[in-house]
Design a protein around this ligand. Structure first.
Ligand code: NAP
Length: 261
C-alpha cells in the first residue's frame, strides 16, 4: 500500500524475463496495482498475470502524460540493458513528474578463464571485428539491427529469432532458427556445432536467459564478439526481483522471487 493506505500504482517497463518474473511476484500482493508495459516488438507475448499495455508512450512527453493520467506512484525500469532509449526516457519523465524510479538491472557477463572475447562498443564495430575473410557467424543479437551486418556480406550468418521473419532479412547468406529462450548450454553447443559456427556475436545482456550461447562458445573454444552496454545516466538500480519488492515495501524470499513463485 502507499503511505495513505491506497494501493500503490506501479508501472513496470518490461520486455525481459526479469520483468515477467517481477509481474508474477507482484501479482500476489493485493496492495500493489501494477501494469506491465511492452514495446510491442514481440508478436503474441505470453499474457502476464497482471494488467499490461503494449506500444510506445510517445517519447518523454508521452510518458510524462501517461504517468500523470494513470496516477503512477512508482516506476520500475525492467527493460533490456540495450533498450537505452526507453531507460533514458524513464529517467527524464520520472524526474519531470517526481515519480520514484528504480531500475531492475542484471549484472553484465564477465569473461572467465578460457573465454576469447573481443569487446566492442557498437554493433557496427562488431561487424567490422568479423574481418574480411568469410566466416560462419552466429548472430545472437535478436531481430533488430541485423542490417548493420550487411556491411560485411561475405560472412555466412546464422540468426535466432523469437518470431519467424516477415520478409527478407537484410543479409545475403543467412539461415534462421526460430526459437524462444531461455536456452541451455547443451542445446546451444549442439546448434553451434551443427551449423559449423566459427564465431559468436552477442550483446552483453547479462542474466541467465541468454547466457547459454556464451557458455557454449566457451566450451567449443569459439571467439565471442561482445558488444558492451550502451550508457544510461546513473539511476537507482538493483539486480533482483526481491530487491525491487523491498523497494515496493514487501519482503519476499529471494529464492522464490528469482524463480517467480
Ligand atoms: P529502445 O530503443 O530503448 O526504445 C525505443 C522506443 O520503444 C522507446 O522510446 C519507446 O517508445 C518504446 N519502448 C521501448 N520499450 C518499451 C516498453 N517496455 N514499453 C513501452 N514502450 C517501449 O528499446 P528497444 O531496444 O527497441 O527494445 C524494445 C523492447 O524490447 C524493450 O521492451 C526491451 O526491454 C525489449 N528487448 C530489447 C532487447 C534489445 O537488445 N534492445 C532485447 C530483448 C528485449 P516511445 O518513445 O514512443 O515511448
Amino acid at each position: 500500500m502507499a503511505g495513505n493506505g491506497k494501493r500503490l500504482r506501479v508501472l513496470i517497463l518490461g520486455g525481459t524475463s526479469e520483468a515477467r518474473r517481477l509481474a508474477e511476484v507482484v501479482a500476489r500482493f493485493a496492495g500493489i496495482d501494477a501494469v506491465l508495459s511492452y514495446a510491442g516488438r514481440t508478436e503474441n507475448p505470453a499474457p502476464p498475470p497482471i494488467p499490461y499495455r503494449v506500444g510506445g508512450f510517445g517519447g518523454v512527453d508521452g510518458l510524462v502524460a501517461y504517468l500523470r493520467a494513470e496516477r503512477i506512484d512508482r516506476v520500475v525500469d525492467a527493460t533490456h540493458p540495450f533498450a537505452a532509449q526507453m531507460s533514458r526516457n524513464a529517467v527524464a519523465a520520472c524526474a519531470a513528474t517526481g515519480t520514484p524510479l528504480l531500475a531492475l538491472e542484471r549484472a553484465p557477463w564477465r569473461p572467465v578463464d578460457g573465454d576469447l572475447w573481443i569487446d566492442v562498443d557498437t554493433l557496427e564495430e562488431a561487424a567490422d571485428a568479423l574481418g574480411e575473410t568469410p566466416r560462419k557467424v552466429f548472430l545472437g543479437i535478436g531481430r533488430l539491427h541485423l542490417d548493420v551486418f550487411a556491411r560485411r556480406p561475405q560472412h555466412d550468418y546464422l540468426v535466432r529469432l523469437v518470431d519467424p521473419p516477415r520478409g527478407e532479412l537484410p543479409l545475403p547468406h543467412v539461415r534462421v532458427i526460430v526459437a524462444r529462450g531461455p536456452f541451455d548450454v547443451a542445446g546451444d553447443q549442439a546448434m553451434l556445432e551443427r551449423h559449423g559456427s566459427e564465431v559468436v556475436v552477442a550483446k552483453n545482456a547479462g542474466g541467465s536467459a541468454a547466457v547459454a550461447k556464451i557458455a557454449a562458445a566457451r566450451a567449443l573454444g569459439l571467439p565471442v564478439v561482445m558488444v558492451r552496454r550502451p550508457r544510461i545516466q546513473p539511476r537507482p538500480a538493483v539486480e533482483t526481483v526481491a530487491a525491487v519488492m523491498r523497494w515496493l515495501g514487501h519482503e519476499v524470499p529471494a529464492e522464490g522471487a528469482e524463480r517467480g513463485v
